[in-house]
Design a protein. Structure first.
Length: 317
């Protein structure tokens, strides 16, 4: 067990940051804009000894920056500091301007790297974006989707429900919103409804369902795809209800379904459970209804797929 006192790591990082600023100061960057004289005699007055001294100082500073960047676990700082040093001298940047530019590049690189890792960890079936979505086929949701892309629904723990026939872009839109959330720092998980039920069932059998629900609540966004494609048994429906209930007013859900809410009772095998679930989902939710025929059928001479209502009436007869 480590004997390090609490805060030692932060103190070390703060010290390294202070040293980094001091070293950048030693690189010869002026604190104010350098006044340049038009006189050639003033330009040529610098001695060889001064050049050597300046070069030695810069070399020593670069070695120190290398060490400090490693101590801060920020290797990109070294590259940015070297690349920007001449620009900073020529433009007469202040020390603060130079340091801000170097750190800005480190933060941007970290954010990009973090977003890539979050997208990979989310389990998306593929990376989709709103720019790739065919809003010409779904003009009625363009404005709502653009508003959701800002991620405001995540900070308010609101849900998003995407309803519509197969092939109208529900999964694409859910994935695109998830990717956008991951790029803005949110942890995201994606799975189909049946996969979520399997996961919860395994946790329940292992006696760790409460712990699994608590762990999942730490994710800012959970995406549940294909609600309604396959019916659930009673136990599975109850587990799914617990997932929805555990996130109610705590964290966001995105759900996609080919069924209207009125058809969810048949999916979950219990009208009471379905009603309670829908109540919690839509209390704070944006519901988008996609329309039209499947994009997968375009140009194939098939106008439509069997409707839910037709299938249901045939089963009843």
């Amino acid at each position: 067990m480590s004997n390090a006192r609490p805060g030692c790591a932060n103190s070390s990082n703060n010290h390294a940051q202070q040293q980094l600023l001091l070293v950048m100061t030693c690189c010869g960057i002026s604190a104010t804009t350098t006044e340049r004289s038009g006189s050639s005699r003033a330009t040529e007055a610098t001695t060889d000894g001064h050049h050597e001294d300046q070069g030695g100082r810069s070399h020593g500073a670069l070695k120190q920056i290398t060490y400090l960047a490693s101590a801060l676990k920020a290797p990109r700082i070294l590259e940015a500091a070297s690349r920007l040093a001449d620009q900073a001298r020529d433009a007469g940047w202040t020390h603060e301007d130079y340091l801000a530019a170097v750190l800005e590049r480190e933060v941007s690189a970290r954010n990009a790297s973090g977003a890539h890792l979050r997208i990979r960890a989310a389990g998306f079936p593929g990376v989709k974006t709103l720019e790739d979505f065919d809003f010409d086929a779904q003009p009625g949701i363009r404005q709502q989707a653009a508003a959701l892309a800002s991620g405001g629904f995540l900070t308010e723990a609101r849900n998003v429900v995407l309803l519509g026939p197969p092939g109208t872009g529900k999964t694409h839109l859910a994935t695109a919103l998830g990717v956008a959330a991951a790029r803005t720092g949110h942890r995201v998980l994606f799975a189909t409804a049946t996969d979520w039920v399997t996961r919860l069932t395994d946790a329940h059998r292992a006696g760790r369902l409460p712990q699994e629900l608590a762990r999942l609540r730490r994710y800012g966004l959970i995406i549940v795809d294909e609600v309604g494609y396959l019916p659930f048994e009673q136990d599975a429906a109850n587990l799914f209800f617990q997932l929805v209930s555990s996130r109610y007013e705590h964290a966001s859900l995105i759900l996609t379904s080919n069924l209207p809410f009125s058809g969810w009772g048949g999916v979950f095998g219990d009208q009471v459970v379905a009603a309670a679930m829908i109540d919690r989902i839509v209390h704070h939710a944006d519901v988008l209804t996609l329309k039209g025929t499947s994009y997968r059928l375009r140009g194939r001479g098939i106008d439509s797929l069997p409707s839910i209502r037709t299938t249901s009436s045939q089963n009843e007869s």
